[in-house]
Design a protein around this ligand. Structure first.
Ligand SMILES: Nc1nc2c(ncn2[C@@H]2O[C@H](COP(=O)(O)OP(=O)(O)OP(=O)(O)O)[C@@H](O)[C@H]2O)c(=O)[nH]1
Ligand SMILES: [Mg+2]
Length: 440
């Protein structure tokens, strides 16, 4: 039961992104600063040159990722706000973010994993983090690791998956579509489709055609329960020509990401609250079960004293029986004065006097006489058997927790009741205050 509780606690922590138990970390080298999962994660996937890195750079407001028409992004890069600008390699990244460790452990991935710490506070950079991924291409380009596998693994930890589809003939790269299809099986509600670089397609008719074609392909691949929308966007600074009336939904994407951050914050608080409540309920149940066992054990102790007395009595009776039989005396003769033993006194003048020994007046003899010889022996035997059965049943002890475990559990309960649940309430109020009062 305790093991199950520990597992549940671990799952709960994973859900809210806290640290996991050491067993899950795998090795000591990963014992670094554990930053937990404190941000809303947005995974960017799509074709090569679809504008993923450019979008991140635009959002952050700094040139974090290299962007060019060549295949630039070869690995997975986490971009998040920190205290100062820094770049972390794979090992440091995996050490700092437990939720990335499974992906980092996949063959060949470590060297292609990195983190860019930026200082930007643009848009929701305080609450969001991006994962830029290598662009997908058809043909002979091979990565030294399983890109699709890593994408699948990371998708499970993300709140939003931005799928970049660019219109210049590559939108329907079949590799990308395969990954989209695979992700949509589990994560269709997180997926957001972006038709990027639409400034490169000035003709309204072309745009409509491309959107229709992509929508048709997606409809076929993605089994989404909700209506699928494709957001046409372009990075304003990238457009060389006059964009005029071009529809750009990039602000809508920013808004969707903001909403995802809000949802996640509320979900985390909700989950935290629910998990605390269920942990508290389980802790209380465990302590109550322990108390019941302690009470049962006390009764078992009383039974032990009682049965010890009974067993002692039966044992002494049996011993007495044995002693009498062993000395070849008929027990009835010893106990009963009617048949009491007679001793003969021979005097010097050869006169013989008989003396009858007095009857034994003890409990044994009384019981013995009352029940008769053989029935008494049978009763003794049955009594002994009953006493053994009773002793075995009634003196059985329940397993209880060790005193240190009880102390720990009580401390946990107190902590949950008086600290954690109150903290969550406080966090909720703080969140509401921030939302209502602050501009950003
Ligand atoms: N005109 C225009 N060009 C863009 C836009 N976004 C990106 N680009 C250009 O497209 C090229 C590829 O952009 P990247 O951001 O590197 O694309 P990517 O998806 O990260 O590519 P990989 O890392 O290779 O997968 C770069 O030359 C960008 O300048 C846009 O909205 N409009
Ligand atoms: Mg890139």
């Amino acid at each position: 039961e305790r093991e199950r509780m520990r597992k549940e606690l671990q799952d709960a922590r994973q859900r809210v992104g806290g640290d996991m138990s050491k067993e899950d970390h795998g090795s000591d080298e990963e014992d670094g600063a554990d930053l937990g999962k404190d941000r809303t994660t947005c995974l960017l996937i799509g074709n090569h040159s679809a504008g993923k890195s450019s979008f991140v750079n635009w959002y952050v407001g700094e040139k974090v990722q290299v962007e060019s028409v060549a295949m630039e992004t070869a690995g997975f890069c986490l971009i998040r706000k920190g205290g100062k600008r820094a770049r972390w390699k794979g090992r440091q990244t995996s050490s700092a973010f437990p939720w990335l460790r499974r992906a980092a452990r996949m063959e060949g991935v470590m060297d292609f994993l990195s983190t860019e710490i930026v200082t930007s506070t643009r848009f929701d950079m305080r609450r969001i983090e991006f994962i830029d991924t290598p662009g997908m291409v058809d043909g002979s380009v091979r990565y030294p690791y399983d890109v699709d596998g890593v994408v699948e693994e990371l998708a499970g930890h993300c709140s939003v998956i931005l799928v970049f589809l660019d219109p210049i003939g590559k939108a329907l790269v079949s590799r990308c579509m395969r990954v989209v299809e695979m992700l949509s099986r589990k994560h269709s509600s997180k997926m957001l489709f972006v038709l990027s670089k639409i400034d490169t397609m000035k003709d309204q008719h072309d745009r409509t055609n491309v959107v229709a074609q992509i929508a048709q392909e997606l409809q076929f691949r993605v089994k989404a329960s909700h209506a699928m929308k494709i957001h046409p966007i372009y990075i304003p600074s990238k457009s060389k020509a006059e964009t005029g009336s071009l529809p750009n939904q990039i602000d809508e994407i920013v808004d969707i990401l903001r909403r995802a951050c809000d949802m996640r914050a509320q979900d985390v608080m909700e989950n935290l609250h629910d998990d605390c409540k269920s942990m508290l309920a389980r802790t209380v149940a465990e302590l109550e079960a322990h108390q019941v066992c302690v009470r049962k054990n006390r009764i078992a102790n009383l039974w032990w004293v009682l049965m010890s007395c009974v067993n002692l009595l039966l044992l002494s009776l049996a011993l007495y029986w044995f002693a009498l039989n062993h000395s070849s005396l008929d027990p009835l003769l010893v106990c009963d004065d009617q048949h009491g033993r007679t001793i003969e006194w021979t005097y010097a003048d050869n006169t013989i006097e008989e003396e009858r020994l007095p009857a034994r007046k003890n409990f044994y003899c009384m019981a013995f006489k009352a029940a008769g010889g053989i029935p008494f022996a049978i009763l003794l035997l049955l009594g002994t058997a009953l006493s053994i059965v009773l002793s075995l049943r009634k003196t059985r002890k329940q397993q209880t927790m060790s005193p240190s475990d009880v102390v720990k559990l009580r401390k946990n309960r107190k902590n949950l009741e008086q600290v954690t649940i109150k903290n969550i309430e406080e966090l909720r109020k703080k969140y509401v205050r921030h939302t209502l009062e602050e501009e950003e």
